[in-house]
Ligand binder design. Structure first.
Ligand code: CP3
Length: 354
């Protein structure tokens, strides 16, 4: 992939020197952009947008037209896998995800099969191929999946939740059943990411948004163990063996060392831990991606610049930092504030790395 015009994201993931710090933004294609809202309303619904490769490609590229970002991320959702398993996903306006058929019983779990990536999830692979073509080497494309644990949270609960207590109860009451579900999901997640790599994704990211809901021992048993299996599978496939792998467990700052032990390339870090401390926990085994509090984008430009510099200073002059928010950008953010952030990261990052 030497044809990339801007490879500083991939170089930073490999902990190689870069001219400045690369930046992309979680949920960079989303409702804070009026052009996203327009395309979404043309599509009719979030799922109709995600399942239409032309429209998914269009919204993937929208933030790159506005901002000097160093990576694109496939426009899709982590819940495409459970939808393809037959759970019936909908997003009610302003409500979040809902499954028509949540997974609760042994029978439900035994019925689950790994979806065929060229049939039920073909629309995702078509979108990846089209986006790569339209990007034309401008910046690398990130493919992604939810972690087995985080997908199971939604599948068992049937909707979003603050604590996903239904799956946690299953972990205590019927641990074998929970493990059977997570095992099937680990196979599906690995197959999904390998198929995205084969279609052209240049980095693979796993979102473990709800890993931090677990105590330390259950985190290792129900979340980390299955992400480690996914990493092993990605390293064993010729399609993905050479690609950087980023794991992001939100709220799991105390597990960074164990996450690095999986053999991944980089870790996403949320804003509840200082990057200097995160780096002390992992040494130079992995690159780090993060970690500005997304709420800071609601402050004025001077605060955004100051806080961006604080994140950059916290990581310091070592190679291996990809700037990002510590979680997704929220709908009420003024897009102009993203411009302020991107420009400050590139300008100040140059003084640290140039
Ligand atoms: O980052 C990007 O720009 C790529 C696209 C992307 C989306 N979802 C689009 C989306 C990515 C990487 C995701 C991942 C995702 N989806 C996660 C993990 C990351 C995280 O934020 O923790 C999770 C937990 C989901 C599940 C999900 N999808 C929820 C809970 C919701 C509803 C809540 C919300 O933010 O509205 C979604 C819907 C969704 N996925 C939207 C977008 C842009 C908003 C829906 C809309 O347009 O109406």
């Amino acid at each position: 992939m030497n044809t990339l015009k801007n490879d500083r994201f991939l170089r930073a993931l490999r902990r190689e020197p870069t001219d400045t710090t690369p930046i992309w933004v979680m949920r960079q294609a989303g409702r804070y952009l009026p052009e996203y809202r327009a395309t979404r309303s043309r599509a009719g619904s979030f799922m109709a947008l995600a399942q239409n490769p032309e429209l998914a490609c269009e919204v993937t590229l929208q933030p790159l037209e506005r901002f000097d970002l160093d990576a694109a991320i496939l426009f899709s959702d982590i819940l495409t896998i459970p939808d393809a398993m037959g759970l019936g996903l909908t997003f009610a306006q302003g409500e979040g995800p809902r499954f028509a058929h949540p997974v609760r019983t042994r029978g439900d779990i035994e019925k689950l099969a790994v979806p065929d990536m060229d049939v039920e999830l073909r629309y995702v692979m078509d979108a990846v191929r089209l986006i790569r073509k339209e990007l034309d080497g401008r910046v690398p494309l990130i493919g992604f999946s939810g972690s087995p644990w985080t997908l199971a949270c939604y599948m068992v609960e049937g909707a979003g939740s603050k604590d996903f207590a239904t799956l946690k109860a299953m972990c205590w009451n019927e641990p074998k059943l929970a493990h059977q579900l997570l095992d099937t999901l680990a196979q599906a997640v690995a197959a999904y990411l390998i198929a995205q790599a084969a279609a052209g994704a240049q980095t693979l990211m796993v979102f473990d948004t709800w890993g931090g809901l677990l105590g330390p021992a259950p985190f290792r048993e129900f979340s980390l163990r299955y992400m480690a299996r996914v990493v092993d599978a990605l390293k064993a496939s010729p399609h993905s063996a050479e690609l950087p792998i980023v794991l992001f467990s939100k709220g799991a700052g105390q597990h960074l060392g164990a996450l690095a032990d999986t053999g991944c390339t980089a870790l996403g870090v949320d804003w509840t831990i200082d990057l200097a401390d995160a780096r002390a926990a992992v040494g130079s085994r992995v690159a780090l991606q993060g970690n500005l509090d997304p709420a800071i984008l609601r402050a004025g430009p001077d605060v955004i610049r100051r806080e961006a510099r604080a994140v950059l200073d916290s990581y310091g002059r070592h190679p291996g930092h990809v700037f990002n928010l510590g979680h997704g950008i929220t709908p009420e953010v003024d897009p102009e504030h993203v411009n302020v952030l991107v420009d400050e990261v590139h300008a100040y990052g140059k003084t640290l790395r140039g």
